[in-house]
Design a protein around this ligand. Structure first.
Ligand code: 5GP
Ligand code: ZN
Length: 114
């Protein structure tokens, strides 16, 4: 846990969030400022700054993120499709430095994203 990290605080239940999925090492909750009818954030419970900080031994963790996405797609019946976004670093606009993936759905999603 990193003391001043919002997502660590959500994982530690110090800040409330609408939790929609939880496993041993992965948590998902609704984004506080949704950009689509469905806008979820899938995070690692442990603090990892971003993909660059992933370690070799995190391979299972990445797989478990995939399984979380798969379960959420089924739960939310996203048969029409959805988008997974990871903003990594300043140029991509990463504003929370704790590894997370956006799941966006429920509207037409333009390509390429801005
Ligand atoms: P980033 O810009 O780092 O890719 O995404 C961070 C996301 O976290 C943003 O979409 C923002 O709305 C969301 N967010 C920031 N603070 C909170 C919070 O306290 N609770 C929730 N649920 N989402 C947050
Ligand atoms: Zn954190």
């Amino acid at each position: 846990m990193t003391a001043d990290c919002i997502f660590c605080k959500i994982a530690a239940e110090e800040i409330s969030a609408k939790i929609v999925y939880e496993s041993e090492d992965v948590l998902a909750f609704e984004d506080i400022n949704p950009e689509a009818p469905v806008h979820l954030l899938i995070i690692t419970k442990k603090h990892i700054k971003n993909i660059i900080e992933l370690a070799d031994y995190d391979s299972e963790l990445f797989h478990n993120i995939g399984l979380a996405i798969k379960k959420l797609a089924a739960d939310y019946q996203l048969d029409n499709g959805f988008r997974i976004v990871n903003n990594c670093g300043i140029a991509a606009g990463q504003s929370v430095n704790h590894l997370h993936f956006h799941l966006l759905a429920g509207r037409d999603l333009i390509w390429p994203p801005g």
